[in-house]
Design a protein around this ligand. Sequence first.
Ligand SMILES: Cc1cc2nc3c(=O)[nH]c(=O)nc-3n(C[C@H](O)[C@H](O)[C@H](O)COP(=O)(O)O)c2cc1C
Length: 383
Amino acid sequence: MASSLFTEPDVGALTLPHRVAMAPLTRNRAGEGNVPVDLNATYYRQRASAALIVSEATQVAPKGQGYPRTPGIHSDAQVEGWKKVTDAVHDAGGRIFLQLWHVGRISHSSYHDGELPVAPSAVQAEGQVITPDLEMVSFETPRPLETREVPQVVEQYRRGAENARRAGFDGVEIHGANGYLIDQFLRSGTNRRTDRYGGSLENRLRFLREVMGAVTEEWPADRVGLRLSPLSPAHGITDETPEATFSGAADTAQEFDLSYVHLVEPSEPKPPVAGDGETARVFAAVREAFDGALVANGNYDRESATEAIDSGYADLVAFGRAFLANPDLPRRLREGLPINVPDEDTFYNGDERGYTDYPTWDELQNGATAETLDALSELSPRG
Ligand SMILES: Cc1cc2nc3c(=O)[nH]c(=O)nc-3n(C[C@H](O)[C@H](O)[C@H](O)COP(=O)(O)O)c2cc1C
């Protein structure tokens, strides 16, 4: 019997050919000025058989950058560079959303001419940051945004959304996950503000709400998604009331009638999250609050992805590392073929190696070589 992964869902404005999406993947290979180049267009073109590609996280402003060579969407040159990518994906029959990003405190003054990164509050992230010169150094304590500055950052998201439209994307995904700026406003551990953007849940949700308002001025809401990672401890981020916080974020997506919510699930318990523990409660609360499409992500394999669709839990399943290493992943899942093993050493740096040189199944049959696994479930859980 054909797998339910290969039925055609409606996701907001789009009817998709199947349910295997490509998760956003930062690859640190933009050109000078953080402008996408031909090599990036080749990489995305190779993966155009995804139901939907979500681009790598893309900073909406220079202050939104915190890693080397990540692309931006704030200059005309970047818009031109992204056109190469969207044209390539569309030529190959695919669809691509841009992930709108601001890292907030997950940055370093070396990216900003010596100025401190900005954040909701002066709370230093745990761990280390990689500088533009590729040195690992401790995070600094960020500078809290003044109340009057917050609308200026919202405006940067609006401009990013407008530029994404000019660059030919099919939609945008607001990056509210993984400990970056929106997540920093949402969670009580990083949001200690006493103005209208902090304190009560309503106030902690305000920045996300204003970003959604700005982005939906530029795009119909049925072409806008929101990514969340409830309970993810990225860079030491914490929250005292995750169930209320993340169902509140999902409520906000519901109010705006967004196309989808994209949930990054923890590696344990194995997704799709079930049972009656805290994790299951938080994810169920998010699901309850939002009745648009749900994109599930995190350590899925063919079996668990099929289960997530069959049970009605998710509408799409996004694959990260597996898509990185398998440009023809939907076909491999459909036909139950072995998959190429991702090379972690080239995830976040380098050139075409580990980027555009992963062979398709047909290329493997014609003599290309790659280390393969019999099934996605053999891929080690992400750390
Ligand atoms: C190399 C790499 C880059 C990533 N970059 C992003 C990103 O730009 N934006 C984002 O929201 N998540 C990012 N993630 C997280 C993935 O989208 C995904 O949530 C994670 O890999 C788990 O899915 P998987 O088990 O299918 O790989 C990245 C993960 C990896 C491995």
